[in-house]
Structures are given as C-alpha cells and as structure tokens.
Ligand binder design. Sequence first.
Ligand SMILES: [Zn+2]
Ligand SMILES: [Zn+2]
Length: 257
Amino acid sequence: MILANYHTHTYRCGHANGEDRAYIENAIRHGMQVLGFSDHCPFVFPDGYESPIRMSLRQVDDYFTSLTKLRDEYKKDITIYIGFETEYLPELMEAQDRLLADYPVDYHILGQHYLEREPYGEYVGIITDDEKLLEAYVDHLIEGLETGRFVYAAHPDLMGFRGAAYQTQYARLCKWLAEHDVPVEINLHGVAEQRHYTDPCFLQIAANEGCRAIIGCDAHTPSLLDDRSAVSDCETMSARAGLPLVNFLPHLKPRHA
Ligand SMILES: [Zn+2]
Ligand SMILES: [Zn+2]
C-alpha cells in the first residue's frame, strides 16, 4: 500500500481517462493520505503550436476550479495537492511561469519526454545505444533539477540504453539525486505495463549511490491508484535493490498531520 502519490493525470491531457472524482475515490479506497495531481502542463509556444499530449492553455482554469472544489469536498478523507508534470525547456519556462502566476500551483515534477520543444524534439523514451544521446539526456535532467523548480523527476530512466554507458551516466544522475535528497521515482505505470522503465538495473545504481525512492503511479486512469499487485511489484523492486522508500515529499505531507 502507498500513503501518497504525486503523479496523477486527468483526461485534460488527451491521453488519460476518467473523471477527476474517480481518481480521488480510488486513492481513498487504496488508503492514500495524499493525492497529488500532476497533469501534463501546457507551454505557451511563441508560434501558437498546440501540443496533442498536454492540456490546452484554455483548460488550466478548469483544472484548478474542478480540483479545488474536490479538494475541499474530500478534505476529511484525503489531502489533495494540485501540481503539474512538465518538461524543462529553458526558452519556454518564463512564459509558462507567467501563465501560471495567478494559480495556486503546489508543485511541479519534471517529466522530460523531449530534449527540445515539440514538435521538433525526438521522444526520449526509446531504447538506444547512442551514448551521446544518453549523456545529453542526463545533462538535461540535472540542469532541470538544478533550477529547484521540481520536487522530483518522473521516470528518470525513461531513456532506455543498452551498453556500458548505462552504468556511468545513470550513476552520475543518481549521485546528483542522492546528494540533493531527491527521491528516484519507481514508475508504477511503467512497471504495470512492463515497459522498459523502471528498470531494476537503474534501481541498483540508485541504491549504490545512496538514493531513496518513491512510488509514482503516473495514473492515466483512475484504477491505477488502487492497483495493489502493481504496488507490490514496485515494493519488491525497491526491496531487492535495497532502496529505502519515501512515503511523503517534505512540503507535501498530509495536512492534518
Ligand atoms: Zn501522460
Ligand atoms: Zn506522467
């Protein structure tokens, strides 16, 4: 069982389903004390480009209105935080900050799916043997995390790599995470779907570097918030690697506690 999950999507991103309320009710049924919403954050593209994988600029209002209402309605049962999963794309962050300036954003998680803005960048969630690409990906994650904008990185081993550089590059990332006490996400969605992330080898590297881990559901459907067998798989993975699990993020604890 997990007590908190900070990685939750909504239908607004266009590739998740279910009502906002259903995510909350599944989290409560599971026994969670904290549910953080982190749907894919829109960018204000200077050329007006509209991303097909993020909520639109026009949906931000509704995201906060709906979740704020539900947060109050369910406050006796669960603490709800409202955040985003977003990319670190230096040239677009200022405009994104301006977009969100008047909203009560609780946190961001870093979800780096591209190294360059859409639609120009290549998806990084591939299996590759290109060492330069892996190095660029790790550089990019560290640069993003260095800004202090993000509470942690979603699926940090999203880039699947085959070769010796896997060890050296991901050790470099995990060393940074351990030194800054940023937990490594065990991505429940990836584990449940038997994707290449989260990879047990990655968790072994994280444990060697002294990291802690957190289970992030990456729920694109409400039932993933109460998938006990997937949770138990994630727990087994962290135990096998010898990685201690974090229950709550420091500034995002249950409100009554
Ligand atoms: Zn998604
Ligand atoms: Zn996600």
